[in-house]
Design a protein around this ligand. Structure first.
Ligand SMILES: [Ca+2]
Ligand SMILES: [Ca+2]
Length: 293
């Protein structure tokens, strides 16, 4: 059920790959969130302009000071939302986790992820997002060439304060494990340890619960899709994450069973029973060929 990330090394310190991760923005306070959203939109526009080498000005025109730059986590989350919405890679089934969050991967392994994420954010449509995926392969730097410490025989993840230390192996070499680190505080989260179903131990980031009623119970908050998921199997902590469908070419949020989904002009009609023209082509539900009903 959970998409194994084909680009990322397999996690071995989890007994069951029932991990779904997602994102949590820094605040659950409406005013702050709105401000952050506006700032992110502004920054994305400027980022797109920059990456497209246009002459659009991104100067401070309102006298309010420059918004803070987007963090790796924010940029990776936006890129993940676009990839997921475009049907390129499933990210939105996941809560916040070092193994499943593109923003964390970007932060921990920037050489491997930076160009693809930049490309995703500069894309104008899903076709361009698809074209960006080549960078995941082209830019893959081997762990062996990164000066990472090796993990040895105990590959269990653990916490050092809020920093999660975890082991992964690289594509093509499943025998050698390398240790990676991520400071969960960068995601507004804490590091949590737990005992796994098999009696081993594991650790990962745990994001605030937001309004999650339980695992696999996503909800929409405006255009934002909130994934409510556990890290690392049934004994792992609930660690939600938030994806804003508006980042994916003006999409909106839907909940389809236990899955958060973005629907919009780039996706075609996805909800064929809501009486709404979800993709804006003038055809509603079964009248839209996308629905095939
Ligand atoms: Ca519809
Ligand atoms: Ca339609």
């Amino acid at each position: 059920m959970v998409a194994q990330d084909r680009r990322v090394v397999v996690v071995t310190d989890r007994p069951v790959p029932l991990v779904r991760l997602y994102i949590t923005y820094r605040s659950d306070i409406v005013g702050t969130r709105m401000k952050a959203t506006l700032a992110r939109g502004w920054i994305l526009g400027c980022l797109v302009a920059f990456l497209s080498a246009t002459t659009t000005s991104c100067g401070d025109s309102d006298g309010g000071g420059d918004p803070p730059p987007l963090t790796d986590l924010e940029r990776g989350t936006m890129a993940a939302t676009r990839e997921d919405t475009c049907g390129v890679e499933e990210w939105m089934y996941h809560g916040l986790s070092v193994h499943e969050s593109l923003g964390i991967l970007l932060s921990v392994l920037p050489a491997n992820y930076k160009r693809a994420v930049d490309c995703d954010l500069a894309a104008h449509n899903c076709k361009e997002v698809e074209d960006c995926q080549k960078y995941y392969i082209l830019d893959h730097v081997k762990f062996a060439d990164m000066n990472l410490p090796e993990c040895g025989s105990d590959t269990s993840a653990y916490c050092e304060g809020n920093v999660v230390k975890y082991c992964k192996y690289d594509d093509g070499d499943s025998k050698t494990f390398y240790q990676l680190s991520y400071d969960c505080a960068l995601a507004g989260a804490t590091c949590a340890e737990w005992q796994t179903e098999s009696g081993g131990r594991s650790a990962d980031c745990q994001a605030p619960p937001l309004k999650c009623a339980g695992p696999e119970m996503p909800y929409c908050d405006g255009t934002r899709a909130v994934a409510c998921e556990q890290n690392g199997g049934t004994l792992g902590p609930l660690s939600p994450w938030v994806f804003d469908c508006a980042d994916a070419f003006g999409s909106h949020c839907l909940v389809d069973g236990d899955n958060p989904v973005c629907e919009g002009p780039e996706t075609g009609e996805k909800d064929c029973e809501d009486g709404k023209d979800g993709d804006g082509d003038g055809k509603v539900d079964c009248a839209d060929d996308d629905c095939g009903c």
